[in-house]
Design a protein around this ligand. Structure first.
Ligand SMILES: C[S@@+](CC[C@H](N)C(=O)[O-])C[C@H]1O[C@@H](n2cnc3c(N)ncnc32)[C@H](O)[C@@H]1O
Length: 225
């Protein structure tokens, strides 16, 4: 393991994946925006947007679907989606500094929304605006809480798709209650039980071997009811 790889992964495990307010997390990203992409390569988390885009492509949705990249960051997912022909994409992020990096990509995204996905907070987006909402590397402690997914459901059309990629819960459980003892799965199940969405085919979730730092990942795709 290279020194830089170890340093980035220690930072992620011990500092990033710790239960705190999402506003505090935004401060980390505002500082991190400048060299995030370099770290994404070295720390292997570039695999997340790459694989989510690849699996999304397999759903064979029309190329003009309107997509919201939730927690778009510097725009890595948008870039990979563009490469497979999806160009009607908006970026949402709680960090203006990260969004500015996505803006500098010129043409990957159409609109930029600086907002937080947070329990009890309404996003500045009308109901049923998007065909698709995707979340890459934002389902983790102190990022987008499973309890806040209802806001994402609200802004996606009936029949639309919500998809995300995350590391397995064991990668998060050291410093986070949300990912311990089945808490995440129990809360997630409620969306299905309450008739808000239904899992798509084999993505409930699909396991991705060795997603990053020797741990597996999971991809979920849900169809909004
Ligand atoms: C690990 S980065 C992932 C960026 C991008 N999705 C990717 O795959 O490269 C997480 C991003 O999500 C944003 N973010 C985290 N929690 C958020 C929240 N609750 N609401 C809005 N943005 C959030 C951060 O500001 C950061 O830009």
């Amino acid at each position: 393991m290279s020194n830089q790889f170890a340093k980035i992964n220690n930072f992620i495990e011990d500092i990033l994946y710790v239960d705190r307010s999402v506003e505090e997390t935004m401060k980390i990203y505002s500082e991190w925006a400048r060299n995030y992409n370099e770290h994404a390569e070295h720390g292997q988390f570039i695999n997340m947007p790459k694989l989510l885009a690849r699996e999304f492509g397999k759903l064979n949705l029309p190329k003009n679907v309107r997509i919201l990249d939730v927690g778009a960051g510097t725009g890595l997912l948008g870039t990979f989606l563009h490469e497979i022909g999806y160009e009607n994409i908006d970026a949402l992020d709680g960090s203006q500094e990260m969004l500015d990096r996505a803006k500098s990509l010129n043409g990957v995204y159409r609109n930029f929304i600086n907002a937080l996905v947070k329990v009890g907070q309404r996003l500045p987006i009308e109901d049923k605006t998007y065909d698709v909402a995707l979340m890459s590397a934002v389902v983790c402690p102190s990022h987008i809480s499973v309890e806040a997914y209802g806001e994402i459901v609200r802004i996606v059309k009936s029949g639309g798709v919500i998809g995300w990629i995350k590391r397995v819960n064991e990668a998060f459980s050291k410093n986070s209650n949300e990912y311990r003892n089945g808490a995440y799965e129990n809360l997630l199940k409620k969306y299905e039980i309450n008739g808000l969405w239904t899992p798509i085919n084999s993505y409930c979730p699909a396991v991705i071997e060795n997603l990053m730092a020797g741990t597996n990942g999971e991809i979920y795709f849900m169809r909004v009811i």
